[in-house]
Structures are given as structure tokens and as C-alpha cells.
Design a protein around this ligand. Structure first.
Ligand SMILES: Cc1cc2nc3c(=O)[nH]c(=O)nc-3n(C[C@H](O)[C@H](O)[C@H](O)COP(=O)(O)OP(=O)(O)OC[C@H]3O[C@@H](n4cnc5c(N)ncnc54)[C@H](O)[C@@H]3O)c2cc1C
Length: 448
């Protein structure tokens, strides 16, 4: 008998387990595959280790601009894979250690809910005061694309050889990060995106700029992969408003989103499901069935590791008797392209036609950016008429770090004046936020 039983040890589940245990509850967690979930094993961490490798490769190839001669630069895919495996394995061991150190019992198996308060793991029936469902998600793949040889993000780590050409279906965050990795490693990449621009949830300036930066990648927008005529190599048809395009490529990678791993038994129990086919939860992460909470991708809404982690903490704290709730106003979006892209606040499309004050500052005008040979990108700060910061977009080196400042400003309801009160060190990339904020009043010192 445990106070809490958690199903799934991704960032939502293992974070909830550790927090519940730290709050004095007895906790068990079941994981059918690997501790750390998709994030650690097939998502955030593997992609970012590859991205660090390709960014270093780009940097070395660009070294002449820094006055450094580096001849005969090449990469070894096997070593890049090994580095990824080493990092993943260390993190998984770290999670195992942390769970055990906090006295969380780990069941390395699939768990099935029999009823609220009762879970089956193998032959064992385990009782728990509360159950947290943190079963995550899997890649979405339309039936006609589900043919042998088609890849999803689950298939691309640990490749022995690179394809000569790759069609990526979906120009969202995962599709663009994958495109950057493969294109930098010399693969001819084509992206097909159903919307009229890649990264359609970001500001339009971001989509335009990233298309310019990735001019080696073929980008076909307002288009859909409509049929697969043959496989290995693939002959596919892409339907566009101007007619069909026949395309030949060695591999196809589908990145059109993810779908929640809904435990079948919960559907049978009549648990409430939302429009994203995830489990409906309230702000305390409670589902429609008393005693069962759900966190992370299985709720279908955000599909981000840091949202899963936060939801896990909220669930654990509430189960432990604290009164905390999820607040989605300051959830950042981060994209690890080069330059990085990050935004936070009200959605970009909600700004259109509204009376907001906007300040913009280009990367190319910032001293620090010049020292690192960075020219592309900008920061944009949006405030309402009373000066409260409502959205921040950064496309710049270290944008994924800098965005937390914007998140704090929005979360705390800071005005532009309050945001500008601290002294920003020089020369730093953080100054781009200062200059963009000053630009709202027309006072930016360095804006050209
Ligand atoms: C290629 C890629 C890149 C990504 N990059 C980022 C990024 O940079 N930043 C970011 O924030 N997010 C990123 N994500 C998204 C992130 O990985 C997910 O949002 C996050 O992993 C969700 O965490 P979770 O705890 O909800 O579920 P998961 O991490 O999916 O973990 C769920 C776990 O539950 C286990 N499980 C399922 N059913 C059972 C069962 N019945 N019994 C026992 N165990 C079970 C699964 O085996 C799995 O390990 C990326 C995703 C992908 C695919």
C-alpha cells in the first residue's frame, strides 16, 4: 500500500514521485521502458546532444571569421551517437539514483489501473491512496504513412548511416530541429508543411528569418504529403494549391505531432477526454475520476517536458495537502535552431490588429552579438497600453536561456519600467531585451 502510485517515469512522473516523497508520502513508480521517458531517451536530450555536435561543427567551419584556421574538419556519426548514448545513460542512472535516494519504489514494468486505488503490475495488485497517470505520448502517424521504412523521431537516433536525402513531413519545432541536424550533416533535406509557413505558432518574422537562414533546405509550405507510390527509396506525391509535386527521397521522417498514450482501462472507466485526445484535468491535475491525477503529455495540451515536470509537482503537492495550481500564462516555447528561438506570453496571432506597444531590436546591432559573429535575429517585447509586458520573442544566440527573464516578467505582471529598472551587464546577449524594451518608448540607445 502506497500513498501515491505513479505510472510512467518521464519528467512528469519521476518529478511527481520525488516531490511526493520529499513531502513525506510513500511512493511507487512503474516504468515499462526506460526511466526518464521520451524526454531523456528519445526526445529533448538526444536531440540537444546532436544539436550541440552540429553547432560545434558549424562553429569550427566558421572559425576563419574568428581568426582560427581549422583544416580538414569532419565528423564521425558513430562517435556522435556514442556521445548521445553516454549522456542519456548517465541521466537515466541519475534519475534511478534520485528515486532510490528518496525511497521511491521502482517497478520496471507496465502498470494497469484496475480501479481507483488499485494497480496491477505483472502478477501483483498494488493498493495506493492516489494514482498519477504520466504515460506520455507517441508520434502521430496517419495510416497511409504507416509503412515499413517510414521514420518517426523514435527511429532517427543511433542511425549507422545517413540517408542522401530526407523528406521531413511537418515544419513545427521537432521537424525544424531535425532538419537542422540532418542538413548540417550533409543530407539533402526537404520540409513539407501544411500551413503557409514553417513554425506557424511563432511570430511571422521568425518564420521568414528562419527560411532565409536555412536556405539550403527545400521548404514547401501550404502542402501535404498525399500518397506514397513506392518505398526505399520513396516516391511520394505532395499536394499543393498549385498542383501535385512528385518527389523522390531516400527516407521520410514524419514530425506532425504526438498523441497521448491513453491507458485503455481509463477509457473503459469513462474518464473524461479533451479535444486533444488527452485526459481532461483541472488546475490541480485531477481527472474526472476521484483519486486519479494525470500529468504531462497524456493530458494532450502542451507536450513539453517542462510543462510535464511542473504539472507533476502540482499534482504531488496537492496530493500532499498543499494548495497549488497550474498557471499556463508564462509557459515559454523554445526551439534549438541556430540562432535559437524562444517566446512567452499571449500567442503571436492574438497580437494582430490589437493596440499593443511593440519594441524590436536586431541582433546585428548588439555589441556582444558582433563578438560572436552573430547577425541574424531580433528581440521583440510587447506591452499593453498600461505598459505591462504581455509577450516576449527572442531569436538570438542563447534565446532559450534568456526567455526565462521574459517568463518571470509576464508571471509577475511587470511593466516595461520595472523590467528596465535593473542594470544589465555589458557586453551580454541579455542587453537585447533591454534595448527592445527601451524601443517601446523610442529610447533604445543602439537601435539603428
Ligand atoms: C524529438 C523530440 C524532441 C523534444 N524536445 C523537447 C525539448 O527540447 N524540450 C521539451 O520541453 N520537450 C521536448 N520534447 C517533448 C518531451 O519529450 C515531452 O513533452 C515529455 O517527455 C513528456 O513527459 P511525460 O512525463 O509526460 O511523458 P514521457 O516522457 O513520454 O514518459 C512517459 C513514460 O511512461 C511510460 N509508460 C507509458 N505507459 C506505461 C504503463 N502502462 N506502465 C508503465 N510505464 C508506462 C513510457 O514508457 C514513458 O517512459 C521533445 C519530444 C521529442 C519527440
Amino acid at each position: 500500500m502506497y500513498d501515491v502510485f505513479i505510472i510512467g517515469a518521464g519528467p512528469g512522473g519521476y518529478g511527481a514521485a520525488i516531490r511526493a516523497a520529499k513531502n513525506g508520502l510513500s511512493v511507487a513508480i512503474a516504468e515499462a521502458k526506460a526511466l526518464g521517458g521520451i524526454c531523456t531517451n528519445k526526445g529533448c536530450i538526444p536531440t540537444k546532444t546532436y544539436i550541440e555536435s552540429i553547432n560545434l561543427l558549424k562553429q569550427i567551419k566558421n572559425s576563419k571569421r574568428f581568426g582560427i584556421n581549422a583544416e580538414g574538419v569532419s565528423f564521425d556519426l558513430n562517435s556522435i551517437n556514442k556521445r548521445k548514448n553516454r549522456i542519456v545513460s548517465r541521466l537515466v542512472k541519475g534519475i534511478d539514483y534520485l528515486l532510490k535516494e528518496n525511497n521511491v519504489k521502482i517497478y520496471p514494468s507496465k502498470a494497469t489501473i484496475i480501479a481507483p486505488g488499485r494497480v496491477r503490475v505483472g502478477q501483483d495488485i498494488i493498493k495506493a491512496g492516489t494514482i498519477i497517470v504520466a504515460t506520455g505520448s507517441r508520434p502521430k502517424i496517419p495510416t497511409f504513412m504507416n509503412v515499413p521504412g517510414i521514420w518517426t523521431s523514435d527511429d532517427v537516433f543511433d542511425l549507422k548511416d545517413l540517408p542522401s536525402s530526407l523528406l521531413i513531413v511537418g515544419g513545427g519545432v521537432i521537424g525544424i530541429e531535425m532538419a537542422d541536424i540532418f542538413a548540417t550533416l550533409g543530407v539533402h533535406v526537404t520540409i513539407v508543411e501544411a500551413m503557409d509557413r514553417i513554425l506557424p505558432l511563432e511570430d511571422i518574422e521568425v518564420s521568414k528569418e528562419i527560411e532565409k537562414i536555412y536556405r539550403d533546405i527545400d521548404i514547401i509550405t501550404s502542402a501535404r504529403l498525399s500518397s506514397i507510390a513506392s518505398t526505399n527509396p520513396f516516391n511520394v506525391v505532395i499536394t499543393t494549391p498549385k498542383g501535385d509535386i512528385q518527389l523522390k527521397c531516400q527516407n521520410v521522417l514524419v514530425c506532425i505531432g504526438r498523441q497521448p498514450n491513453l491507458p485503455k482501462e481509463l477509457i473503459d472507466m469513462g474518464i473524461r477526454i479533451n479535444n486533444a485526445y488527452g485526459i481532461t484535468v483541472n488546475k490541480y491535475m485531477e481527472t474526472s475520476i476521484q483519486g486519479i491525477y494525470a500529468v504531462g503529455d497524456v493530458t494532450g495540451e502542451y507536450m513539453l517536458a517542462y510543462v510535464a515536470a511542473k504539472q507533476g509537482l502540482v499534482a504531488a503537492q496537492n496530493i500532499a495537502g498543499e494548495d497549488v495550481c497550474m498557471d499556463y500564462r508564462s509557459i515559454p516555447s523554445v526551439i534549438f535552431t541556430q540562432p535559437e528561438i524562444a517566446s512567452v506570453g499571449i500567442p503571436a496571432d492574438e497580437l494582430i490588429g490589437k493596440d499593443y506597444k511593440i519594441g524590436i531590436f536586431p541582433v546585428s546591432a548588439l555589441g556582444k552579438a558582433r563578438t560572436i559573429e552573430a547577425n541574424s535575429g531580433f528581440a521583440k517585447v510587447v506591452a499593453n497600453q498600461t505598459g505591462k509586458i504581455k509577450r516576449v520573442t527572442i531569436m538570438a544566440p542563447h534565446a532559450t536561456e534568456l526567455i526565462s527573464w521574459g517568463g518571470l516578467a509576464i508571471d509577475q505582471g511587470l511593466t516595461i519600467d520595472e523590467f528596465l529598472r535593473p542594470v544589465y551587464p555589458h557586453p551580454t546577449m541579455a542587453e537585447i531585451l533591454k534595448e527592445a524594451s527601451e524601443d517601446i518608448f523610442g529610447f533604445s540607445t543602439h537601435k539603428p
